[in-house]
Design a protein around this ligand. Structure first.
Ligand SMILES: *[C@@H]1O[C@H](CO)[C@@H](O)[C@H](O)[C@H]1NC(C)=O
Ligand SMILES: *[C@@H]1O[C@H](CO)[C@@H](O)[C@H](O)[C@H]1NC(C)=O
Ligand SMILES: *[C@@H]1O[C@H](CO)[C@@H](O)[C@H](O)[C@H]1NC(C)=O
Ligand SMILES: *[C@@H]1O[C@H](CO)[C@@H](O)[C@H](O)[C@H]1NC(C)=O
Length: 351
């Protein structure tokens, strides 16, 4: 496939939104430090309707993002502000309309969740969800993708497993203990966390709690973003507006009830640094929160009516823990001020 047509130079050079544009913090928060620091845009897609779902970093510093509006995985070079299409699932399976969680499982090997999903109604096609492997280390395919300013290897993409029992799958995270290693996957409508053994491709429900279910009478969005840290699974429960954590056994089952970390409407996805600093994307609030694992807010980036981060759906820390890369939906789901929408983008915050 000739991918050079997708090769795009960033139209906007990275720009910085100054503190002057910051909106004051929600008074209910008592954040102990400043609201806003520097937010720069790295790359913006060209069309309204573009919708980034998840974000991850490669060892070489390249950012990978998945999209919900099209079944595509993109690669963004933060140093150059260039982006290129890594893989389009339309060529594999016409039932795949969207890509969701992406997780590194071994060095430079990633899993990605795919399925049939209608962004307009936010409804999934039950039984259409699968997990694929994107392998940048494989020697089998020796083509390269031109990215205007250089080349990179084309990854090998293979279907790992169909999880036909799931109504929908969203985010994913890796769980490792002395005795087991699983990819955990969230099923939002039914409030279930699945565990997938990557060696055998066997899967089963691992966790399920009332707190993971959607609120009754609301959109079918319960548990979404998940992250393992220090023997807990942290999870965002979307319509309940909560970040919670639940203690895990060596086989990824619950050893006790979950507890609240923080109430925050619009919670979507999160990342956690090695020293336990949580970055939480609250997409409908146009904010990313920095907080402790006990839920104490340290800093807030963006604001409810600010377009600095319009619809932040996901975030990932760099290896030094000094930058957070953020993917957005451009406010497609909940326009800023009820009006503002823009194409999806990838931004970076210095933290
Ligand atoms: C793969 O590409 C590399 C770099 O272009 C080249 O050195 C190598 O010989 C190629 N290997 C095969 C099997 O074609
Ligand atoms: C979080 O929200 C729940 C449900 O609305 C409420 O019962 C609880 O008191 C809140 N907790 C905190 C710490 O704000
Ligand atoms: C945000 O915008 C909405 C709609 O324009 C407005 O009602 C609300 O007061 C604004 N909030 C703040 C904090 O400015
Ligand atoms: C996206 O939509 C907004 C209005 O909703 C419009 O102002 C803006 O120009 C559009 N941007 C693009 C790139 O089409």
């Amino acid at each position: 496939m000739n991918l050079t047509g997708y090769c795009l130079l960033v139209a906007l050079m990275p720009f910085v939104i100054s503190r002057a544009q910051a909106v004051s913090a929600d008074s209910s928060y008592q954040a102990s430090t400043t609201l806003h620091d520097h937010i720069s845009n790295l790359y913006q897609f060209s069309a309204n309707g573009s919708f980034v779902d998840n974000i991850v970093l490669r060892h070489n510093g390249i950012v990978l993002v998945t999209r919900i509006d099209v079944p595509e995985v993109w690669s963004i070079d933060p140093r150059k502000g260039t982006a290129w299409l890594i893989f389009d699932f339309r060529g594999e399976d016409a039932g795949i309309s969207s890509c969701f969680g992406i997780t590194e499982v071994t060095k430079d090997v990633f899993t990605v969740v795919t399925g049939g999903f209608d962004v307009k109604t936010f409804s999934a096609v039950p039984g259409s969800f699968s997990v694929w492997k994107i392998d940048f280390t494989s020697q089998h395919h020796n083509e390269t993708i031109s990215d205007c300013q250089g080349t990179q290897r084309v990854p090998t993409v293979t279907r790992l497993v169909d999880i036909v029992e799931a109504k929908a799958l969203g985010a994913s995270t890796l769980f490792r203990s002395r005795v087991s290693s699983y990819l955990l996957l969230s099923e939002s409508p039914r409030g279930i966390i699945w565990k997938l053994d990557l060696r055998t491709s066997r899967y089963s429900p691992a966790l399920s709690e009332e707190s993971m279910l959607p609120i009754t009478g609301g959109p079918a969005m319960g548990v979404n973003g998940i992250k393992v840290f220090d023997r807990y699974l942290y999870y965002a429960s979307v319509t309940k507006g909560q970040l919670r954590r639940i203690p895990l056994s060596e086989t990824a089952s619950a050893t006790g009830p979950s507890e609240l970390v923080i109430n925050k409407s619009g919670v979507d996805n999160l990342d956690i640094s090695q020293d336990g600093i949580v970055y939480l994307a609250a997409s409908t609030e146009n904010q990313v929160l920095k907080l402790t694992t006990e839920g104490k807010i340290l800093e807030v980036f963006g604001a409810g009516n600010s377009t600095a981060l319009a619809g932040p759906t996901c975030c990932v820390l760099d290896r030094r823990g000094s930058k957070v890369f953020i993917g957005t939906n451009g406010g497609q789901f909940a326009p800023v001020n009820g009006r503002f929408k823009e194409p999806a983008k990838v931004s970076v915050i210095q933290v």
